[in-house]
Design a protein around this ligand. Structure first.
Ligand code: C2E
Ligand code: MG
Ligand code: MG
Length: 751
């Protein structure tokens, strides 16, 4: 396709010879005889000033100037040849002055304007001459109607030749339709040519007749017409410009909008990717364990739900759920560090994954807890055989970073049953069974319904215990501690009972471990300490014999390691006003030894409060004598299991004897628990045991009954033997102790 520019160029090139021809014609035919001052003046004004009075045609970007009127004037007075030359010179000067003013006007444009001007004047002259003969003679004849027709013909012919030529150039340049370009400019152009013709007509007439009046009217009409029209054109231009600006702004706005939309779409596309990625991440996080990559509890339960749903049709059990927990994982984690713990978990996960069959599933719930679903079981034995195999595999040595680690798994098995309402229930039962496996040191335990009942009771107690602490539902029973020598009341052991609103009095064995596991043991013990000390202070005030009354309060191993303990003891002492030495804290041998490392420091701090420490249930746990030697303790309480079966010459008798000897050597006081018979009482006195408690003297009693007891602290005097050889025997025994398993008598040596 031909370019716009080349088409316009061809057109201009075609016009140039015509323009030259017109110019040549004008020069050749120039009426030299008419050269006069008037001609020179008119030429001067036309060339140098007419273009200053110019108007731009709206939209066409074409200027129409006063020069047209001046050209027509010169045509009327001096003939067409002068007009052609003036047109050429005026347009040339006009282009030159525009160029000087800094308007960028190309030579090509200037030439085009000159050529078109010359041709259109040339054409117009010939058209007019065809109809009217010599132009100047029409004016000279004074025939007004012919003069007016001449003017009209001039205006029309000039308008046509000029507008057609210009429209053709514009149309060629802009590749637009010629008619549409021409119709755009023809209106205003016609008006201007007509007005130029009218003006030129008046001026010519006035100049010809030198009529001042006509000249003034012509100038006035021209001024009115010119300025009115100019204003109209300016208004039109301004509104056109405003419309153009508004259109540009709209276009810019639309462009911005499109750019914005693009941006949003890009962002949206980006965020959709991010969304998909985070969706995948969320899925991973929601269904998989990050450490092992195994399915997590959610995924495990979802699978279990599907399996349970599928099994609803039949009666037979074809699947089992295993709940697995590692033994002493916490210790490994604490002692070797969490990264080692994590490695172990990963290894365990690998071993389990390697042991299960395809179609089975393993998931990690949290910490060291795993779940396994065994599918398509032929019988229950298949599940137990698998569990045994798995337990053996997990108990094998783990080599982690050059360290050899051993652990074992405790596994609970719950067999799938279509009667289970929820998948969670099967998992819960496997968990309960695992709990029993742990408690009974078994590798695995199969769930049965009694376990559930017990677990439910336990759970209920757990919930109720929270309320019990809030409502202080604990009641203390007091068991007298008797000085065996004189069978006199020395103090009490405070033993807690839970006054449960529905169950009545609940024994400590049933709820202490729950309180320990839930942490409730601490607020509970603080309440007990407070209440026991207040009680003792009150009883002490009622006694007038001046002998101090002591109270022993049992302290859980969980509480013993609590950092707030010493402060709590101090607060209780301060608030109740108890003499610190009258308060004895009983710690079991195992509680002390489990925390042996820090126990010495803790005990020292407790000792500083003035409170005494007893080792409860002594003999039932494993005691390292070296620790015992270092602990700042005050009393050993011989466990009732030794006392109750203490027969002459029996092993238990020997143990009691040894404990007493040990206590003496360590300079500790001994209290024998569970004295039920006079025989035991006598035996213990002979062995030199200083204190004792048991049903022989009194069961643990509520406060109301103790008040009666306190009226006579020596009420057990009657059980003392008539010939009291106790003291003599004690001395004898102490020097000639016989250690268990040895046939010689010796003085006890402490390691
Ligand atoms: P314990 O501290 O060794 O308390 C002695 C237990 O032996 C008491 O059982 C007492 O009733 C029982 N007893 C005393 N004399 C005899 C007897 O002659 N024959 C028999 N068969 N039993 C006798 P109780 O009160 O059931 O307490 C059991 C255990 O519960 C206590 O053993 C103690 O370890 C724990 N306990 C009791 N009260 C508290 C407490 O306030 N805090 C803590 N942490 N533990 C407590
Ligand atoms: Mg006790
Ligand atoms: Mg005890």
């Amino acid at each position: 396709m031909e370019s716009k520019e080349s088409l316009a160029n061809k057109y201009i090139i075609a016009l140039v010879p015509l323009g030259i021809m017109a110019a040549a014609w004008a020069i050749y035919r120039f009426p030299t005889e008419r050269i006069s001052l008037g001609m020179l003046a008119l030429s001067f004004v036309t060339i140098f000033f007419s273009s200053y009075l110019r108007i731009q045609l709206p939209r066409a970007k074409t200027y129409l100037t006063m020069s047209d009127a001046m050209i027509m004037l010169s045509m009327l007075i001096f003939g067409g040849e002068v007009a052609v030359l003036l047109s050429i010179l005026e347009t040339a000067f006009n282009s030159f002055s525009l160029h000087r003013k800094g308007v960028s006007i190309r030579l090509k444009t200037a030439v085009t304007n000159i050529v078109i001007g010359a041709i259109s004047v040339f054409v117009s002259i010939h058209i007019v001459r065809t109809f009217f003969g010599s132009i100047t003679s029409v004016l000279e004849n004074g025939d007004t109607s012919a003069y007016v027709r001449l003017l009209a013909a001039m205006a029309l012919s000039l308008f046509l030749s000029n507008s057609i030529a210009i429209s053709a150039v514009i149309a060629a340049r802009s590749k637009r339709d010629f008619i549409s370009v021409w119709s755009e400019i023809c209106g205003s152009s016609l008006v201007l040519y007509v007005s130029s013709a009218v003006l030129a007509g008046f001026l010519a007439k006035a100049l010809y007749q030198i009529d001042v009046f006509v000249l003034t009217v012509a100038a006035g009409v021209f001024a009115l017409f010119y300025f009115g029209y100019r204003r109209y054109i300016e208004d039109m231009m301004q509104s056109a410009e405003r419309a153009e600006r508004a259109e540009r702004a709209r276009a810019e706005q639309a462009e911005n909008h499109v750019a914005q939309l693009k941006h949003y779409i890009e962002k949206l596309e980006g965020s959709t990717d991010a969304l998909q990625e985070s969706h995948a991440n969320l899925r991973q996080a929601a269904y998989y364990d990050s450490l092992t990559g195994l399915p997590n509890r959610n995924y495990f339960l979802d699978t279990l739900k599907r399996i349970l749903h599928k099994s609803r049709g039949g009666n037979t059990c074809t699947f089992a759920v295993l709940f697995l927990d590692l033994k002493s994982f916490k210790t490994i984690n604490d002692s070797l560090g969490h990264s080692m713990g994590d490695r172990l978990i990963k290894n365990v996960a690998k071993r389990i994954s390697g042991t299960i069959r395809s179609g089975d599933m393993v998931g990690r719930f949290s910490g060291d807890k795993f779940g396994i679903i065994l599918n398509d079981l032929k019988n229950k034995e298949e599940a137990t055989a698998f569990t045994e195999r798995l337990a053996r595999r997990l108990a094998e040595q783990y080599s982690l970073e050059d360290r050899q680690i051993f652990t074992s798994a405790k596994i609970g098995i719950a067999f799938g049953d279509p009667k289970y309402p929820q998948a969670e229930d099967i998992l819960r039962d496997a968990d309960i069974a695992m709990y029993y496996a742990k408690g009974n040191e078994e590798d695995y335990v199969i769930f049965d319904q009694t376990m559930h009942t017990r677990a439910v009771t336990r759970m209920r107690l757990e919930t109720d215990l929270r309320l019990a602490v809030e409502r202080n539902e604990f009641e203390l029973f007091y068991q007298p501690i008797i000085g065996l020598d004189g069978a006199s009341l020395e103090g009490f052991e405070a033993l807690v009972r839970w006054n449960h609103p529905q169950l009545g009095l609940v024994n400590p064995n049933e709820f202490i471990s729950i309180a320990e596991n839930t942490g409730l043991i601490i607020p509970m013990t603080v309440q007990i300490l407070h209440s026991a000390c207040t009680q003792i202070v009150r009883w002490q005030k009622g006694l007038h014999d001046g002998k101090p009354l002591s109270v022993a309060v049992n302290l859980s191993g969980k509480h013993f390691v609590h950092p707030a303990l010493v402060e709590q003891i101090r607060t209780v002492i301060a608030e109740t006003g108890i003499t610190p030495a009258c308060l004895k804290l009983e710690l079991t041998e195992s509680a002390l030894m489990e925390n042996a490392e820090m126990a010495t420091e803790m005990l020292k701090q407790i000792k500083q409060t003035g409170v005494q420490i007893s080792v409860d249930d002594f003999g039932t746990g494993y005691s390292s004598l070296s620790y015992l030697h270092r602990f700042p303790i005050h009393t050993l309480k011989v466990d009732r299991s030794f006392v109750s079966t203490m027969e002459e010459g029996s092993e238990n008798g020997e143990i009691v004897r040894t404990v007493i000897a040990l206590a003496k050597a360590l300079n500790l006081t001994v209290v024998a628990e569970g004295i039920e018979t006079i025989h035991q009482f006598h035996q213990l006195r002979i062995l030199g045991c200083e204190y004792g408690q048991g049903y022989l003297f009194s069961r643990p009693l509520p406060v109301s009954e103790i008040t009666k007891l306190l009226t006579d602290r020596n009420q057990w005097r009657n059980i003392l033997p008539e010939n009291d050889f106790g003291a003599v025997a004690r001395n004898l025994e102490f020097t000639q102790l016989r250690l268990p398993g040895e046939n010689r008598t010796d003085v006890l040596e402490i390691q």
